[in-house]
Write a protein that binds this ligand. Structure first.
Ligand code: TYM
Length: 336
């Protein structure tokens, strides 16, 4: 019998910003993957409530307080298990903004201005400094925990790459300290598109503003059905594999992922038909996906003391890891 010690499981860390309504894109691109792979990794998942403040008009204080609880409850309802994953709020671990400041000071502004999410969001009249430095805080979120992987949807790839660059710059200036993390992005379903506009990704803020844009995880079944049945397709009379418009492609991806089918199986079922059968199938699958999440969510929300306990324990475990890294950083830069 070998007495070799089994290798420690690789660590993952990821989070969701506390803005807008969580939707099936967040579930497919992030939450469902985190939950399914919990036994494979050592897991840290948090709610990025500090990130929610970058556009303060969008998050009145009472909304933020309640929204954070809604998201924690959804984490649990989607299968994240506090016995296997550390679940916490970013704002409860002060090492995040402290390391973010150190990163702000070593990150060239030109790196931050290059971020496509900044470019898109800064089109508003006067973007805040926080909107610009947001990815340095994200780098701190990640690097404090020294994860091997960061499981995210495709839209976060650039932010994870920037975190790698910031880690590399720190290691270069002060000596190797940070593990350079890798994004973990699923092959299909990493960018679910808006059902009302398949040219843009399904987004939490549009889910809140526009009917028909997203399947929100807490939408009632009839809303889910209506949203899918109204989804934008094209004017072709029948589905053909050599002529898939972005809207039809998006519905096929949703069908494949939610039913566990391959592209070939999906085409076998729907090719040659109009779009009604595909939409009906996606609507049924989406309702079957959100219904058990909602039922667990309602049970969890019946007693918020459980949420408080999960978050208090999570913050303590997260802070132990984060404070250790921060202390080493402070020694390197001369602050300790
Ligand atoms: P956020 O809150 O916009 O999204 C949370 C997660 O959901 C994924 N996602 C999608 N996946 C597939 N299709 C979509 N339409 C879709 N929309 C969103 C995102 O890629 C993400 O994985 N800045 C981050 C939050 C954050 C973070 C971090 C993430 C802060 N610090 C550290 C990882 C590590 C954000 O706003 O994600």
């Amino acid at each position: 019998m070998s007495d070799a010690v089994p290798a420690a499981r690789p660590r993952v860390l990821s989070g969701i910003a506390a803005t807008g309504k969580l939707h099936i894109g967040n579930y497919i691109g992030a939450l469902s993957v985190w939950a399914k792979e919990q036994d494979r990794y050592e897991n840290f998942f948090f709610i990025a409530d500090l990130h929610a403040l970058t556009i303060p008009e969008n998050v009145p204080p009472d909304y933020l307080r309640e929204h954070v609880r809604e998201i924690v409850a959804l984490y649990l309802a989607c299968g994240l298990d506090p016995d296997r994953s550390v679940l916490f709020l970013q704002s409860r671990v002060p090492a995040h903004p402290t390391l973010a400041w150190i990163f702000d000071c070593l990150t060239p502004v030109s790196w931050l201005e290059r971020m496509t999410q900044y470019k898109a969001k800064s089109e508003q009249a006067s973007p805040s400094a926080g909107l610009l430095t947001y990815p340095a805080l994200q780098a701190a979120d990640i690097l404090l925990y020294q994860p091997k992987y960061v499981p995210v949807g495709d839209d976060q790839r650039q932010h994870v790459e920037l975190s790698r660059d910031i880690a590399g710059r720190f290691n270069h200036l002060y000596g190797d300290l940070f593990v350079i993390p890798e994004p973990l992005i699923r092959q299909s379903g990493a960018r679910i598109m808006g059902l009302d506009d398949p040219a843009i990704k399904m987004s939490k803020s549009l889910a809140e503003k526009r009917d028909g844009h997203a399947i929100a995880l807490l939408d009632p079944p009839d809303t889910v059905r209506r949203t899918v049945m109204r989804a934008v397709t094209d004017s072709n009379p029948a589905l053909r594999r050599d002529n898939l418009s972005p809207g039809v492609e998006n519905l096929l991806v949703l069908y494949e992922i939610l039913s566990g089918s391959t592209r070939e199986q999906a085409l076998h079922q729907f090719e040659g038909n109009g779009y009604g059968p595909l939409k009906t199938a996606v609507a049924d699958l989406a309702v079957d996906t959100v219904a058990p999440i909602q039922s667990r969510y309602n049970d969890i929300r019946a007693d918020d003391t459980y949420l408080d306990k999960v978050l208090a324990e999570g913050a303590e475990k997260a802070a132990a890891v984060a404070d250790h890294t921060l202390h080493r950083v402070m020694q390197r830069v001369g602050l300790a």
